[in-house]
Design a protein around this ligand. Sequence first.
Ligand SMILES: Cc1cc2nc3c(=O)[nH]c(=O)nc-3n(C[C@H](O)[C@H](O)[C@H](O)COP(=O)(O)OP(=O)(O)OC[C@H]3O[C@@H](n4cnc5c(N)ncnc54)[C@H](O)[C@@H]3O)c2cc1C
Length: 420
Amino acid sequence: MSGTQRHDCVVIGGGPAGATAATVLAQHGRRVAVVERERFPRYHIGESLMPYTWFTFERIGVLDWFEQAACPQKFSVQFVSTSGKVSQPFYFFETIKHPCATTWQVRRSDFDRMLLDNARAKGVEVFQGAAVREVLMDGDRVAGVRADLGGGGSGTFRADAVIDASGRDAFLASRLGMKRRDPDLNKISIFTYYRGALRDPGLDAGATTVAYIPDKGWFWYIPLPDDIVSVGVVAEKDYLYRDTRDPEEIFAREAAECIWIEKHLRPGTRSEPVRVTGEFSYRAEEIGGNGFCLAGDAFSFLDPVFSTGLFMALKSGEMAADAVHAGLAGSGVSAATFEEYGRQMRWALDQFRQLVLSFYNERFSFREFIQAYPDLHPRLVDALVGNIFADLGPLFDALREFSGRGEELPRTSGRPAVGA
Ligand SMILES: Cc1cc2nc3c(=O)[nH]c(=O)nc-3n(C[C@H](O)[C@H](O)[C@H](O)COP(=O)(O)OP(=O)(O)OC[C@H]3O[C@@H](n4cnc5c(N)ncnc54)[C@H](O)[C@@H]3O)c2cc1C
């Protein structure tokens, strides 16, 4: 393909946010293109789903896939103290009486390809191996993109709306200089995969385990298909790099020091290289403007301790698509189109962020918190499953009080750019 294409909407990036946004728009009857830099399947980190992703999967028609793909079922999250003591797992079904109480652990190469294939099956035009390089402007409006198509070719995609779902590259937010790091959540992660590592018995075989390390950090342990486990450590850079910068050495040192992780990895063999990711949490100042909006990690990324990334990517893909559709059906896609979408995203992200800050607060413990506020147990599970639009006010007031953070959260941004 080369030359100029014309669509109602062009989506930058075909990850979970982009594929969902495009599918929903196609379901609304819109002509949509996804322009994706890679050729799928491609590797991606971020494998543990939250129960409330179920509703997006139902809407875009992919619920059947998880059983076919033999994804481990995730019934709970459990926390392990530095002394190796395991908390009572938070079983989602104890609070939620709905099929969404069972969720999954996914291998992202398969999961992301499935979502993009589903988008294509629903009528989306998918261009892979096509890297967006430039935004096209029409006066003060975003009016499309230009992409390198490989082999020296390039393509122009004109559209009434552009959704940026380019992930942590945050293509538009970076170009517009509106990506802001979260100074309170400045972590890095070092991670890899093991074959044949230990799985807990019965219902806990597919659980996500979060195991604390001594200095404000933690390991994730996520059982995947084919006897593979995803395992990684998240902490301050200075702490992890304290005596070496070699990722393999750091991973081995931290895994050996964490009692639960050491025991679970012992029977296994490392099956992939050790990888590093930095720049953990950020948010764009604006969520949209004339002719464009942001979705998924292209808008915001929050520390992954509660597995919120995919939920927010899928949910924001849905909400962005609905907003664009409404704009196209009404007076056009402008900053005002994204007012409500921005409000809801800021609300959800602020709630999750408060939970993450509590987790990292050394005065905070989930066990003690629940002992102090037993009535709030169901609300805490609501937050852990992604029921973020429930009334969680009392939970977050109690979290602030309990961890001694009486102060208000800093006012975070993400409003639509008025007249941008
Ligand atoms: C260490 C770590 C652990 C995590 N663990 C979890 C977890 O357990 N559970 C969870 O829910 N989340 C987790 N996450 C978060 C999760 O990975 C992300 O939130 C999720 O992938 C966001 O989806 P997305 O569609 O917004 O972006 P992505 O999945 O990154 O997709 C973006 C796509 O855009 C494409 N792209 C980028 N630039 C361009 C361009 N210029 N032109 C065309 N295409 C482009 C990319 O190739 C990519 O395919 C984790 C993240 C990290 C860093």
